[in-house]
Design a protein around this ligand. Structure first.
Ligand SMILES: [Zn+2]
Length: 168
């Protein structure tokens, strides 16, 4: 999944507005950042970035740090959920490792780019609707707010056109 991760960050922001979006978005993409970073160091390994084990460890580490800083248990839990949401979201679109020596699983929607764009666009619109309803009326009416789903769907279409089949 690509732009859908940002949509899930918006959903988390709608539910817990005190958590900065600037934290939620990178957390929602965390396994992809780890994948890119490891690749840059020539240690490409999807078990390190995307296995259930690594996602569990990464999410717990980030949530504990957030709890230490915010002291709000529910916010830390939502940060944890945002990180963990990466795995089921990627399960729908790709193939993901589970645990060391375990199977690689997924529905591989990436094999059907149009289907993937439709599913991620639906997720983007649904999450954005929840997010926009959580905003005060004055911010909700700002034109920039309507650009969020358009921008994310546009990102998804570009991603679909240029992506390497394994990434995400
Ligand atoms: Zn991913």
């Amino acid at each position: 999944m690509f732009a859908g991760h940002a949509a899930l960050a918006l959903l988390a922001k709608a539910k817990r507005p005190s958590i900065p979006l600037a934290l939620l978005v990178p957390v929602a993409f965390a396994p992809d950042w780890i994948e890119l970073f490891a690749d840059a160091l020539h240690h490409y390994n999807r078990e390190i970035s995307h296995s259930l084990v690594s996602v569990g460890i990464g999410a717990t580490a980030v949530a504990l740090i957030y709890f230490a800083l915010s002291r709000v248990k529910l916010d830390a839990f939502v940060v944890w959920l945002t990180y963990v949401s990466h795995w089921p979201a990627d399960f729908i679109t790709g193939l993901k490792p589970t645990w060391p020596g375990g199977p690689t699983v997924g529905l591989l929607l990436y094999a059907h780019p149009l289907g993937d764009i439709l599913v991620e666009s639906a997720l983007i619109v649904a999450c954005w609707l929840v997010y926009t309803r959580s905003l005060p009326a004055v911010s909700r009416r700002r034109a920039i707010n309507a650009l969020i789903p358009l921008g994310l769907i546009g990102m998804q279409i570009v991603f679909e056109a240029i992506q390497s089949p394994n990434f995400g």
